[in-house]
Design a binder for this molecule. Structure first.
Ligand SMILES: Nc1nc2c(ncn2[C@@H]2O[C@H](COP(=O)(O)OP(=O)(O)OP(=O)(O)O)[C@@H](O)[C@H]2O)c(=O)[nH]1
Length: 186
């Protein structure tokens, strides 16, 4: 377990490693954005908790891997604003529209903080567990090789179906188990 303070902020991030990750071979990895409601409180509104559990299980099965737990709650808008966004979603907005109505970008996350974390761990190449092409692009731009993107599709339920459709349709997430491009009603 490693803790990191993000330069110029009070944000503290965590890296969890399993096995020897500094031997140069691509490491099975997950950049997980904090979601208190999904990760800790088992909310069914999103897929975050299921993805966290799935990623840790995959790392355990592989016998080697890394999880960066990034303090990027609510795609970077924070917990209280995410809960405000939920209220707007309950009134009909989708997850992207809600962010915009609150005055934020659709996704406020910045992945630059991952570079010193991965460098500290001796990791230069990842088999990245994600459905989000922005994460792949961000790491590549930082000089971290993404040797493979490993899909992480889990936790689909009636409560998060519309949310996931919006991620596929508006945020470009590669969710082959949904009807991509379609933004459905509840
Ligand atoms: N603003 C906002 N953030 C949300 C909402 N639901 C979940 N989140 C946050 O979204 C972040 C996870 O991002 P996602 O877009 O679900 O997935 P991702 O991490 O980009 O992609 P994957 O690697 O495929 O999981 C976490 O920080 C959650 O707190 C929501 O309705 N609104």
């Amino acid at each position: 377990m490693h803790g990191f303070r993000e330069e110029g902020t009070e944000k503290e991030h965590v890296a969890l490693t399993f096995g020897d990750v500094s031997d140069g071979a691509p490491v099975l990895g997950r950049l997980h954005s904090e979601c208190l409601t999904g990760d800790a409180l088992f909310s069914l509104r999103c897929d975050c908790g299921f993805q966290l559990e799935g990623a840790l299980q995959a790392i355990a099965n592989e016998g080697r891997g890394v999880l960066l737990y990034l303090r990027q709650e609510g795609r970077g808008i924070g917990l209280l604003n995410k809960i405000r966004a939920y209220e707007l979603q309950d009134a009909g907005a989708d997850t992207v529209e809600a962010n915009l109505r609150l005055g934020f970008a659709e996704d406020q996350r910045d992945y630059r903080l991952c570079l010193p974390m991965l460098q500290h761990l001796g990791i230069s190449s990842l088999k990245l567990m994600t459905n989000n092409p922005r994460k792949v692009n961000a790491l590549t731009e930082l000089g971290i090789q993404v040797a493979e993107r490993v899909p992480l599709q889990t936790g689909l339920n009636p409560h998060n179906h519309r949310y996931l459709l919006t991620k596929a349709g508006k945020l470009g997430h590669m969710l082959g188990n949904l009807h991509q491009g379609e933004v459905a009603e509840d």
